[in-house]
Design a protein around this ligand. Structure first.
Ligand SMILES: Cc1cc2nc3c(=O)[nH]c(=O)nc-3n(C[C@H](O)[C@H](O)[C@H](O)COP(=O)(O)OP(=O)(O)OC[C@H]3O[C@@H](n4cnc5c(N)ncnc54)[C@H](O)[C@@H]3O)c2cc1C
Length: 398
C-alpha cells in the first residue's frame, strides 16, 4: 500500500462561538445547556443525526440513580432536569414516586431515584431544550481535528456535507465519549484496562408490547430485576481502532438477529423492532487529567468539588467530583465531560453512567462558558455559579 499525499489547503472558518461542544450524548447535551444558560454562544457537533448518544442511539434507556441508595439525593441540577425530561411523556415501567413528588422521605431509601425512558421522546425533547436555549446543533458533523495555539484550543475542524470547515471558539468541551479532543490536542489519555465484551441491546415487539432485550448483561442497580444475559462473545474490545470497531459491530448485529430468531423458533411471538446505532462500548479511552478519580474518595471531601454522584452498583458510596478530573495539564480552555473524564478503571465504571455524565457535563459546560481570556476558569467562580444553578457540591450539603 502506498501513501496518498493530501493536497494542502486552507480550511474556511464558517462560525465563531464561545463554547464548542464535541459530541451530543448526555454529557454533551448537559454541557451545551449549561454553557448556553451562562449566555455563551454554543455550537454542538454530533456525528449522528440525533442527540443522546448511547442513551438514545445506543438504546441504553435506563437513567441510573441520582441517589446514594440510602435515601439521599446526590446529583442535582441538569442531571435531575434531564431525568425528569426523559419521562415527560411517560416512563417505561414504574416511576419512583417517592422522589418525583415531595413529602415521602421515608420511602426514598427503599426505592432508588432511577427511571426507564422512551429514547425517541427523550432525544427529541433534548433537541427542543437545546434549541430553546439558543444552542446551534450541527448534526451529521464529525470532528476531525483541533487547531491549538500555545495552551489554547482556537478552532475545531469538522467535516460534513459542506466539506472540511472550521469553527473558531473561546473554549471547548470534549463529550465525545472517547477523549478525542484531548487526544488531538496532545493531552495525556489512557485506554481501559480490561476492555469490553460485546453488547447488543435491541427492542422487540412482543405480544405484551415492546420489550428491551439487553444482550451482553445490564447495568442494573442493586435490587432491581433485570434481564442479565451473558455476552454473546467472550472476546474483549477496546474501541480505539477502525477494524476492531467494525468487528465488534458485526458481532453485535449477528448476536441481535440470532437472539431474535432463536426466540421466534422457540415459539415466542416476537419481532425485532429497533437496534442500536452505536457500538455499545462502555469504556474506551479517557483523559488522564490533573486529578484521577478513584473509589478511595468514597465519603471523603475532595479538593474543588464541582458536583456529586452516588454509586449505581451498590447502596452507600457517595463521591464528590473534583474539578481536576475535567482538565489536563496542557490546555487551559478544554474540559472533559461524560464517560471520558479522568478516573481509574474502578471509578470509571461509576462515572460513565447517565446521571454522572450529566453532572460532569454541567460542570464542564459551565467552566467552558466562564473561561477567561487568559488562564483557566477559577474554581471559586465555577463553584459559585454551579451552586446558583442548583447543583450541590459537598457531601455535608445532603
Ligand atoms: C451496553 C451498555 C449498557 C449501559 N447501561 C447503562 C444503564 O443501564 N444506565 C446508565 O445510566 N448507563 C448505562 N450505560 C452507560 C451510559 O449509557 C453511557 O456511558 C453514557 O450514556 C455516556 O454518555 P456520554 O455523553 O459520555 O457519551 P456518549 O453517549 O458516547 O456520547 C458521545 C457522543 O459523541 C459523538 N461523537 C463521538 N465522536 C465524535 C466525533 N468525532 N464527531 C462528532 N461527534 C462525535 C457520538 O456520536 C455520541 O453521540 C451503559 C453503556 C453500555 C455500553
Amino acid at each position: 500500500m502506498s501513501d496518498y499525499i493530501e493536497t494542502p489547503g486552507s480550511i474556511p472558518v464558517v462560525e465563531d462561538c464561545d463554547v464548542f461542544v464535541g459530541g451530543g450524548g448526555i454529557a454533551g447535551v448537559a454541557a451545551a445547556l449549561a454553557a448556553a444558560r451562562q449566555g455563551a454562544r454554543v455550537v454542538l457537533s454530533e456525528k449522528q443525526c440525533v442527540l443522546g448518544g448511547l442513551a438514545t442511539s445506543g438504546l441504553v434507556v435506563i437513567y441510573l440513580p441520582l441517589c446514594d441508595g440510602r435515601g439521599r439525593q446526590m446529583s442535582y441540577g441538569i442531571a435531575e432536569e434531564l431525568l425528569r425530561l426523559s419521562i415527560l411523556h411517560g416512563a417505561q415501567g414504574p416511576v419512583p414516586e417517592a422522589w418525583l413528588e415531595k413529602g415521602r422521605e421515608g420511602e426514598r431509601s427503599a426505592r432508588r431515584f432511577e427511571v426507564q425512558f422512551n429514547p425517541v421522546c427523550f432525544a427529541i425533547e433534548m433537541e427542543q431544550l437545546l434549541l430553546d436555549a439558543g444552542v446551534r446543533i450541527w448534526y451529521d458533523t464529525r470532528i476531525c481535528d483541533v487547531a491549538v495555539e500555545g495552551s489554547r484550543i482556537r478552532a475545531l475542524i469538522v467535516e460534513n456535507q459542506d466539506g472540511r470547515v472550521a469553527v473558531r471558539t473561546k473554549a471547548a468541551v470534549d463529550a465525545t465519549g472517547n477523549a478525542l479532543l484531548f487526544r488531538k490536542a496532545g493531552e495525556s489519555t489512557r485506554r481501559h484496562g480490561r476492555g469490553n465484551t460485546v453488547a447488543g441491546w435491541y427492542y422487540a415487539s412482543t405480544q405484551d408490547g415492546l420489550a428491551l432485550r439487553m444482550l451482553g448483561f445490564a447495568d442494573a442497580s442493586e435490587g432491581t430485576e433485570r434481564d442479565t444475559q451473558q455476552g454473546p462473545q467472550g472476546r474483549r474490545f477496546w474501541g480505539d481502532n477502525a477494524q476492531e470497531i467494525n468487528e465488534y459491530l458485526m458481532l453485535s448485529h449477528r448476536a441481535t438477529l440470532e437472539d431474535a430468531l432463536g426466540r421466534m423458533e422457540a415459539g415466542q411471538i416476537l419481532e425485532p423492532a429497533a437496534m442500536t446505532h452505536m457500538p455499545q462500548y462502555r469504556m474506551t479511552r479517557c483523559l488522564y487529567g490533573e486529578t484521577l478519580m478513584t473509589e478511595e474518595n468514597d465519603g471523603k471531601p475532595v479538593c474543588g468539588s464541582v458536583g456529586m454522584v452516588g454509586d449505581w452498583r451498590k447502596r452507600g458510596p457517595r463521591f464528590e467530583v473534583p474539578y481536576g478530573a475535567l482538565y489536563g495539564s496542557a490546555m487551559e480552555n478544554l474540559f472533559a465531560a461524560g464517560r471520558c473524564i479522568s478516573a481509574d478503571d474502578g471509578m470509571w465504571d461509576v462515572m460513565r453512567v447517565i446521571p454522572a455524565c450529566a453532572v460532569t457535563g454541567q460542570a464542564a459546560g459551565t467552566a467552558a462558558a466562564l473561561t477567561p481570556q487568559k488562564g483557566r476558569t477559577d474554581l471559586a467562580t465555577l463553584q459559585e455559579t454551579l451552586r446558583r444553578d442548583g447543583v450541590k457540591l459537598k457531601l455535608e450539603e445532603v
